[in-house]
Ligand binder design. Structure first.
Ligand SMILES: [Zn+2]
Length: 405
C-alpha cells in the first residue's frame, strides 16, 4: 500500500513513516490495539499486509474530548430552530420540553455525533449523560449501546449528569447513586448554589456517593466570581477530607478566570494541592481560564466540546482540533511551546480524564493516532488541517475526512 493510505477499516500492523509530535520520521508498531514500539522509520522495509503508509505526515495521539454531551445532540437531523428562553434555567426547560420529539436520548442520534467526532480524530470522550426524573438512567444505556456499535472506534467515560438539578428534584440523588452503582465512572453536579440553592447540600450528597461507590465527581460550575470560588473551596475541603485527590473535576469554572491576581493564584494553588482538575470548552465571551498559570501550578486541564448542536445551542461541530485553535487563540498563546501545550491538553495530557494511564505515541499506549498534513504541532494547532487518517485501538476508523465505522 505504499504511496496511499489504507482504505479499509482493518487492523493495522505498522503505521510507517509518520512524525510523532512533529519529530523525526518513525514507524509505529501496533499489536493488540496497542502501540508496541516506536522506532526510526525504516525506508527499506518491504510493505506488508496491515501496513499503513503515513507519507511523512505529522502524528498526534487520538484527540480526547474531556467534556461532551453525546446523548443530547441532534446532529444529522434537520435543522432545529432554538425556541427557548435564555439562561441556564431557560435552556433546561427548553430541552425537557422538546427532547422527546427529536428522539433524545436515542442510539441513532448518539451514533451520529460520535461518528462525526471520530471523523475529526476524537477517539476518547468523557461524556456527561443526563440523568433526571424523566429519563432515569436510559441515557446511559443509550450511550453504552452506541459506543458498542462503533466497536472500539471511540471509548467513552461516563458522568451521570443531573442536568435538571439534584436536591431541587427529589429522587435525583438516588438516581445518581444507582448510576454509580451500575458502572458510571463519575457523578456530576450542576451549580450547587444557583440551581439547587444549597451548595453544601448538593456537594455533600455527591461526595457521599463518590466515597460509597468509588467514583469520581465532575461538577458543571457556571456560577462566577466569588460565588463560584466559594463553591470550589467547598469542593477543595471535601476532596481533602474524603481523600479524593485526582478524582474531582470542575467543568467550566468561569470563576477561576474572573478572579483577580492573588485571589486567583491562591485558589489555583489550593486546587492543585487538592488534586482538583478542570475542563474548559474554550467559550467565546467568557473570561478564559488562566491556562498557563493552571499548567504551571499543576492543575490538569482538559478540553471538551460541551454540547454539539443540541437543544441548548445550535453551535459546535465536534472537531476538537478546531476547538484547540480556539482555546489557543482565546488564551493568547503565541509561543511554540505554549501551542504544543494546547495540543497536549487536547490529547496526551487528557489521559486522566478518560481513565487511562497513558494516551500518547509511546509503547504501551492504546494505538489511537491522528495524522495531519502539517509542518509541526504549532502549525497543526493554528490551522486544524483535515484529518488524513484516524486510527483507534489499532484500527483505521477514518480516512481523508471520511468515517469508516
Ligand atoms: Zn456541559
Amino acid at each position: 500500500m505504499t504511496g496511499t493510505l489504507t482504505s479499509t477499516p482493518t487492523d493495522v500492523s505498522v503505521i510507517r513513516d509518520v512524525r510523532p509530535w512533529g519529530g523525526e520520521p518513525a514507524d509505529l508498531h501496533v499489536a493488540d490495539g496497542t502501540i508496541a514500539a516506536v522506532v526510526p522509520h525504516d525506508a527499506t522495509a518491504a510493505p506488508a499486509p496491515g501496513d499503513v503508509d503515513g507519507r511523512g505526515l505529522l502524528a498526534l495521539p487520538g484527540l480526547v474530548n474531556a467534556h461532551a454531551h453525546v446523548d443530547k445532540s441532534w446532529w444529522g437531523k434537520p435543522w432545529v430552530s432554538y425556541g427557548g428562553e435564555g439562561g441556564v434555567l431557560g435552556r433546561i426547560a427548553h430541552e425537557r420540553a422538546h427532547r422527546d420529539e427529536l428522539g433524545i436520548p436515542g442510539v441513532d442520534v448518539t451514533l451520529a455525533v460520535l461518528r462525526e467526532s471520530v471523523r475529526t480524530g476524537t477517539t476518547v470522550v468523557r461524556t456527561h449523560v443526563d440523568v433526571d426524573l424523566g429519563v432515569g438512567l436510559r441515557g446511559i444505556e443509550v450511550v453504552r449501546e452506541a459506543v458498542a456499535v462503533l466497536g472500539g472506534a471511540v471509548h467513552a467515560e461516563i458522568v451521570a449528569f443531573p442536568q435538571d438539578g439534584v436536591l431541587r428534584r427529589p429522587g435525583v440523588l438516588d438516581l445518581l447513586d444507582r448510576a454509580a452503582a451500575t458502572g458510571a465512572d463519575h457523578v456530576g453536579g450542576l451549580d450547587p448554589a444557583s440551581i439547587d440553592r444549597d451548595p453544601v447540600g448538593q456537594l455533600d450528597g455527591l461526595f457521599a456517593i463518590a466515597e460509597r461507590r468509588g467514583v469520581g465527581i465532575d461538577v458543571h460550575l457556571h456560577d462566577g466570581g466569588e460565588l463560584g470560588a466559594f463553591q470550589i473551596e467547598l469542593m477543595i475541603d471535601r476532596t481533602l477530607r474524603a481523600g479524593l485527590q485526582g478524582r474531582v473535576n470542575v467543568a467550566h469554572g468561569f470563576a477561576v478566570g474572573q478572579l483577580s491576581g492573588s485571589r486567583q493564584a491562591d485558589l489555583v494553588a489550593a486546587m492543585a494541592e487538592a488534586g482538583i482538575t478542570m475542563t474548559t470548552v474554550a467559550p467565546i465571551g467568557a473570561a478564559p481560564l488562566p491556562l498557563l498559570a493552571l499548567r504551571d501550578a499543576g492543575v490538569p486541564v482538559g478540553l471538551g466540546t460541551d454540547g454539539i448542536r443540541d437543544l441548548w445551542s445550535p453551535y459546535g461541530t465536534g472537531d476538537l482540533l478546531a476547538l484547540t485553535t480556539q482555546l489557543a487563540r482565546l488564551s493568547g498563546l503565541r509561543h511554540d511551546e505554549d501551542l504544543v501545550t494546547a495540543a497536549r491538553v487536547a490529547s496526551s495530557d487528557a489521559a486522566r480524564f478518560v481513565g487511562r494511564q497513558v494516551h500518547d505515541l509511546v509503547p504501551g499506549a492504546p494505538a489511537d493516532v491522528v495524522l495531519v498534513d502539517a509542518e509541526n504541532v504549532p502549525d497543526a494547532v493554528v490551522r486544524a488541517p483535515r484529518r488524513a487518517l484516524v486510527v483507534a485501538g489499532g484500527r483505521v476508523v477514518a480516512r481523508d475526512g471520511e468515517v469508516l465505522v
